[in-house]
Write a protein that binds this ligand. Structure first.
Ligand SMILES: NC(=O)c1ccc[n+]([C@@H]2O[C@H](COP(=O)([O-])OP(=O)(O)OC[C@H]3O[C@@H](n4cnc5c(N)ncnc54)[C@H](OP(=O)(O)O)[C@@H]3O)[C@@H](O)[C@H]2O)c1
Length: 212
């Protein structure tokens, strides 16, 4: 996401936990790093000050309201006019019109059960984070990612309003392209107050819908 942002000429301020800063060493001198947790309100206040856009990864990790705390801090401290783009998964639904396969629901239930058992993940907190975002008057977009895979970019993912739409059937996006969609959304006014569900543009379901 950082590289995409720099490629587009953005000046970048990044928030990263102290223990992860090393992974950003190749960007040293090209970005400003604010060390800390994203649900630390003081960290977010400092980082988003003066920013025209804020890209937020809603992390499902942790059981201390990490996602909702992060989202709330961004909503509270970002400039009123800033474009806010958040990431989450397909399990988030804005209007209840998403249609999930039985396998998806089964896996989600299993993940939720395991998460509660081992106390390292709180999927419900991402739901709460998105509820707050959807209720807000900020200029938000919530990008709902399919399953992710590594690999070179295939281009900007395609999107649809609802999980279950045929174009999304392949349920796979390159991680680098999820990031590309987030960056692109900053300047796409059509995505304000939308929760696009995305899929890789070269996946069979995306290609079949393009050709049809
Ligand atoms: N993985 C998938 O298959 C998938 C599918 C659909 C949607 N998504 C969405 O894509 C986004 C990225 O998901 P991901 O699974 O790929 O995440 P990830 O890259 O593994 O982690 C993203 C960030 O989470 C932070 N993080 C990791 N562990 C943490 C912890 N224990 N406590 C606090 N922060 C922690 C890290 O921040 P630092 O930089 O500070 O280390 C990291 O940069 C999320 O919004 C997710 O909902 C993922």
């Amino acid at each position: 996401m950082l590289q995409h942002a720099l490629d587009r000429g953005h000046e970048v301020v990044a928030v990263c936990r102290e223990k992860s800063i090393e992974k950003l060493c190749s960007f040293q001198g090209r970005i400003t790093i604010v060390p800390g947790a994203t649900n630390d309100r003081q960290v977010i206040e400092k980082a988003v000050s003066g920013c025209d856009g804020v890209l937020t990864v809603l992390v499902p990790w942790g059981v201390h309201n990490y996602s909702s705390g992060t989202a709330q801090a961004v909503l509270d401290y970002a400039s009123h006019d800033a474009r806010l783009v958040f990431s989450c998964g397909w399990h988030i639904t804005r209007d209840g019109q998403d249609v999930y396969s039985r396998q998806f629901i089964w896996l989600l239930d299993l993940a939720g059960w395991l998460a509660r058992l081992v106390h390292i993940v709180d999927i419900d907190d991402q739901v709460e984070a998105c509820r707050r975002i959807f209720d807000s008057e900020a200029r938000w977009t919530v990008v709902r990612g399919s399953d992710l895979e590594e690999g070179d970019s295939q281009g900007l993912p395609v999107w649809s309003q609802h999980v279950g739409d045929p174009v999304l059937k392949s349920n796979m996006t390159r991680r680098v392209d999820f990031a590309l969609f987030m960056i692109d959304a900053l300047e796409n006014q059509d995505l304000v107050h939308q929760a696009p569900a995305i899929v890789g543009c070269q996946t069979p379901s995306a290609l079949s819908q393009t050709v049809a």
